[in-house]
Design a protein around this ligand. Structure first.
Ligand SMILES: NC(=O)c1ccc[n+]([C@@H]2O[C@H](COP(=O)([O-])OP(=O)(O)OC[C@H]3O[C@@H](n4cnc5c(N)ncnc54)[C@H](O)[C@@H]3O)[C@@H](O)[C@H]2O)c1
Length: 479
């Protein structure tokens, strides 16, 4: 089939690559000229395991092309996917300017029937708005009778496992407009997704509004599970219980299941934070309260402060003279996505309190450097007391403590003896519960996870970190 995908970000690129892999003839369009030039030259602008190979293979097979020309993409695709960003606005609502801008451009360029499929995460009612914008653009060209169908097909992929999620979906949610146009769209979508439905039917057909709401409901549910466990973890710490045992204890109940039950430093990324906020906003504009989702959000905001609080509880709130190593900057492993990553809360807060930070991430380092420097209003590489190390062990050189913020596989079994040879102190704040508290104890570390049996006691401040009262307060980031 001839497919157009608008947007070459995480969702658009994965959609384009996977649909080409299934034998379709795909044109992927993005307005970012640099991004498109990189893709045309064989580069990949994002880190996603396996994506490079699939892009390469399909580019060489001439089934996948990249362009900045909407005219070309729209005339090519019988099905046109919209996969552009829907970032949050000040009030929490989703910014639809990109989605509606693309709808307008499709209307400006289409000259035959199209199925326009919205893959971006959009509030209920957006399908109808896309339809209106497209219709006005066609009317402006005098094409009053040219038909199209606007379909909602939200994406559920997880960054870091995106190709697998796309190629082996649990379900495919497809919202159709009513009437004959909906029937035509259903036939085309059924043909496109037939390869995923060979074993059993995975497509769930519904109306557009229900499909749009399904996406938000799914993300809100997953975010709620995480916040629930984070709250339980704080209670476990207070009670001397182990949240990991509790996690296994409840996860093995088939009504609950094991997924998304890990306590940590809070959820981040491009979806959960913005989608929960957008859902709350949508509900409030319809006079409906979202108390559970609001609590989920509030617990998450608080959770991002927990490691900082624990560093302060241990070392005191003035962190001048302390060197802290940070392992992991991306919001989760196997991605370089820094959107709403907990590291963007934790690191600025530690710097503000005077700590020196040496950070390492196996993949997201340059993205992280850009994001953190922008957050802190500094030129790249110019944030005082913030450095990046090429390896995890290098980050530990002279460190008083280690903070683990992302559960990269390579952090799971570190060489503890080598760590101790480099570190000045022995303290590990494990924001992802990677290590066994008893093992860490036996290795001679002063260890604290999240919900892993109690908090660290306040320590004697290491002598080298004691700063005289006459020293100036940290100038950076004074608030
Ligand atoms: N990232 C995820 O894991 C994920 C998962 C499921 C759903 N989603 C949703 O999918 C949508 C896209 O997310 P993403 O992470 O891929 O975004 P992204 O920011 O990585 O990519 C969006 C791309 O669209 C391009 N773009 C914007 N306006 C355009 C226009 N007018 N014409 C052509 N290109 C344009 C941008 O240049 C960018 O390359 C969002 O609504 C998001 O909520 C994301």
């Amino acid at each position: 089939m001839k497919i157009a995908v608008v947007g070459a970000g995480y969702v658009g690129l994965v959609t384009a690559a996977c649909l080409a892999e299934l034998g379709n003839d795909v044109v992927c369009v993005d307005r970012d000229h640099g991004r498109v030039a990189m893709l045309q030259a064989g580069g990949v602008p994002i880190f996603e395991p396996g994506l490079d190979d699939v892009l390469q293979r399909n580019r060489h097979a001439a089934r996948l092309h990249f362009t900045t020309s909407m005219a070309h993409a729209v005339s090519h695709g019988e099905v046109v996917f919209i996969a552009v960003g829907t970032p949050p606005q000040e009030d929490g609502s989703a910014d639809l300017q990109h989605v509606l801008g693309v709808a307008e451009q499709i209307g400006r360029h289409m000259d035959a029937f199209k199925v326009v499929v919205n893959k971006s995460t959009v509030p209920v009612g957006t399908g109808a708005r896309v339809e209106q914008v497209l219709r006005s653009a066609l009317n402006a060209r005098g094409l009053h009778t040219l038909d199209f169908a606007v379909v909602s097909n939200p994406e559920f992929l997880k960054e870091g496992a995106a190709l697998d999620d796309f190629m082996r979906p649990d379900r495919i949610v497809i919202g159709l407009p009513p009437g004959e146009l909906g029937d035509t769209a259903r036939r085309l979508m059924a043909r496109l997704y037939a390869p995923f439905n060979r074993h059993h039917e995975r497509s769930l057909w519904m109306d557009v509004a229900s499909a749009e709401l399904t996406k938000y409901a799914a993300n809100a549910m997953l975010a709620t599970r995480i916040s629930f466990m984070n709250e339980m973890a704080l209670l476990a710490d207070a009670l001397g219980a182990d949240i990991d045992a509790v996690r296994r204890g409840i996860g093995s109940d088939s009504r609950i299941g094991h997924s998304f039950l890990y306590a940590g430093t809070g959820y981040g990324g491009s979806c959960f934070p913005k989608d929960t906020r957008a859902l709350i906003h949508t509900a409030s504009t319809h006079g409906v309260g979202m108390q559970i989702v609001e609590a989920t959000e509030a617990v998450n905001r608080r959770q991002k402060q927990v490691l900082v609080e624990r560093v302060c509880a241990h070392f005191g709130s003035d962190l001048r003279g302390l060197r802290l190593a940070v392992w992991g900057l991306a919001f989760k492993p196997n991605t370089d996505d820094m959107r709403d990553a907990p590291s963007r809360v934790v690191i600025p807060e530690l710097l503000r309190r005077g700590a020196e930070i040496v950070a390492h991430d196996p993949v997201a380092q340059s993205e992280a450097q850009r994001a953190l420097c922008a957050d802190l209003g500094c030129a790249v590489g110019q944030v005082p007391r913030l450095r990046f190390a090429d390896t995890a062990l290098d980050a530990l050189q002279g460190a008083d403590a280690l903070l683990v913020l992302t559960e990269w596989k390579s952090f799971h079994h570190p060489d503890f003896a080598a760590m101790q040879r480099r570190m000045r102190g022995r303290v590990v704040f494990d924001g992802r519960n990677l290590y066994d508290p008893e093992l860490m104890d036996a290795q001679g570390f002063v260890y604290q996870g999240i919900g892993r049996r109690g908090e660290l006691k306040a320590a004697q401040r290491p002598a080298h970190t004691v700063v005289s009262a006459t020293e100036r307060a940290p100038s950076l980031l004074a608030t």
